[in-house]
Design a protein around this ligand. Structure first.
Ligand code: PEP
Ligand code: MN
Length: 282
């Protein structure tokens, strides 16, 4: 049964101007579109530093990188843990880019909060209510990704868990849902963007990397996300996508990312937004 929005803290009517989440001066939910970019996982010091500089040059405003990775098989690379967080912090110091990284377990909160500027709750944890309650008690921005099988109703209710604990800094992220379609990794539900923007004051960003699973599709869906009103994007970029230890097929090279960024400006402008990367592609 649909929730009565007006009783909920996420409801648009509670803040008609929209929530702007300020992360060390980067405003998410304002006129400026915010692109978060970086590798799926931090793999080495060198890798994250090089990638951070590259995405920064192309106009990214937040650096992404997983240190605690949820993987389908326990035998796959599951992240560098604290070592990865240290490299992310070093990349932030060098570039000035705030860092978003995943929090998988409330037991890791102390350590992850020491390094992160935004805590990402992954799709698999969207309904980990004890984790959401813990995040509600903190005053740190949370990037909440939609569960891969979650309805928009369930997604909003998950955000409410954080808001109702007292943490108002929630950013929603559409990252694709599971459908019967197997031609792409997930089905990126772009309907969710205008629906969420209508129902909630929270900023909404889109992840075209997990939403599609294929690097060649990412720029197309990134442009579509901007056109449909997203407040920003989160995009996986690897310096050598073929060698990535996770999500290789969907990772853009730094050059591909740069090309994509150049194409977003005119679309942003057409929908009354601005974006940092400068010249439109010829
Ligand atoms: C990720 O961002 O690398 C990730 C694991 O995302 P999701 O939780 O959306 O699958
Ligand atoms: Mn990934």
């Amino acid at each position: 049964m649909p929730v009565e929005d007006t009783t909920m803290l996420f409801d648009r009517s509670r803040k008609s101007s929209g929530t702007v989440v300020n992360v060390n001066g980067v405003e998410i939910g304002g006129k400026q579109l915010v692109v978060m970019a970086g590798p799926c996982a931090v793999e080495s010091r060198d890798q994250i530093l090089e990638t951070a500089h590259a995405v920064h040059r192309s106009g990214a405003r937040i650096l992404r990188g997983g240190a605690y990775k949820p993987r389908t098989s326990p035998y796959n690379f599951r992240g560098l843990k604290e070592e990865g967080l240290q490299y992310l912090a070093e990349a932030r110091d060098e570039t000035g880019l705030p860092v978003v990284t995943e929090i998988m377990d409330a037991r890791h909160l102390d350590i992850v909060c020491r390094y992160a500027d935004i805590l990402q709750v992954g799709s698999r944890n969207m309904q980990n209510f004890t984790l959401l309650e813990e995040l509600g008690r903190l005053q740190i921005p949370v990037l909440l990704k939609r569960g891969m099988s979650a309805t928009i109703e369930e997604f909003l209710c998950a955000a409410e868990y954080i808001l109702s604990g007292g943490n108002q800094e929630v950013i929603l992220c559409e990252r694709g849902i599971r459908t019967y379609e197997t031609a792409s990794r997930n089905t990126l539900d772009l309907n969710a963007v205008p629906i969420l923007k209508r129902r909630t004051h929270l900023p909404v960003i889109v992840d075209p990397s997990h939403g599609t699973g294929y690097s060649w599709m990412v720029p197309h869906l990134a442009r579509a996300a901007v056109a449909v009103g997203a407040d920003g994007l989160i995009v996986e970029v690897h310096r050598a996508p073929n060698e990535a230890l996770s999500d290789a097929t969907q990772s853009l090279s730094p050059d591909e990312f740069d090309e994509m960024m150049k194409t977003l400006g005119p679309i942003a402008e057409a929908v009354g937004r601005e974006i940092d990367h400068l010249e439109p592609a010829i």
